[in-house]
Design a protein around this ligand. Structure first.
Ligand SMILES: [Zn+2]
Length: 57
């Protein structure tokens, strides 16, 4: 579950496509266009990145 830090809307995993740029992973809130930072704690057993939000970011 990801939460927009700007408008507090929550999204199920897979509901939003994560993006990556030179600063790292993030997703754009479809409601307010806020850039929410994600951290890759992966890879998981399938070799896929596991993207989570830190509580303070
Ligand atoms: Zn938002």
């Amino acid at each position: 579950m990801w939460t927009c830090r700007n408008c507090n809307v929550r999204f199920a995993l897979g509901e939003i496509e994560p993006q990556i740029d030179e600063e790292g992973f993030f997703f754009i809130c479809p409601g307010c266009d806020y850039r929410n930072k994600l951290v890759n704690i992966g890879p998981d057993v399938a070799g896929q990145p596991q993207l989570v939000q830190r509580d303070y970011e």
